[in-house]
Unconditional design. Structure first.
Length: 171
């Protein structure tokens, strides 16, 4: 029997969090996220984190045909879900699952942003121990994989991904 190593959010968080101001645009966010190979960024004004913009926010904005000049404070997810850096990983993972989010903002005791933990960070650190309650791979697989024909247009792919809350699709 394997035991879970005792770890906290502070142990696995990314402390170099990218951010943009609320008046930055959808285009600004998409360019920064692509250039930095990141799946989210914080929206910060006057040192305070107001919200988060994720790949899903951008996908939904594209699906809604929002102009690339759309301000981030219009498309960001809020309120921001946060946790203290000393929170243990199992409790943090439960919070992520309960709130149905993929990014958890980590705060210092003084309330400032210390870092961010993504769904991938949890999977890497927790490995199989976090998923012991699942007996088979079938228990975590998506049964309905969104499918498109090879000649589908980008608009169709985006609509399919948004409608199925998917971050992938199969041709």
């Amino acid at each position: 029997m394997h035991t879970m190593p005792s770890s906290t959010l502070g142990d696995i968080m990314t402390s170099d969090v990218r951010s943009l101001p609320p008046q930055a645009t959808l285009e600004d966010a998409a360019k920064l996220m692509a250039a930095e190979h990141i799946s989210s960024l914080l929206v910060i004004a006057d040192g305070e984190a107001l919200g988060i913009v994720t790949e899903s926010n951008i996908l939904r904005a594209l699906h809604a045909r929002r102009p690339r000049e759309t301000r981030l404070d219009v498309i960001m997810s809020q309120p921001l879900i946060t946790a203290p850096s000393d929170l243990d990983l199992i409790s943090a993972r439960r919070l992520v699952e309960e709130r149905n989010i993929r990014h958890l903002v980590v705060k210092n005791p003084n309330g400032t942003v210390a870092g961010i933990v993504s769904d991938t960070d949890f999977r890497i650190r927790l490995g199989t121990a976090a998923f012991q309650h699942l007996r088979t791979l079938e228990g975590i697989m998506d049964r309905q994989i969104p499918k498109l024909p090879p000649d589908a247009l980008l608009d169709q792919a985006i609509a399919c991904m948004v409608n199925n809350a998917a971050d992938y699709r199969r041709r």
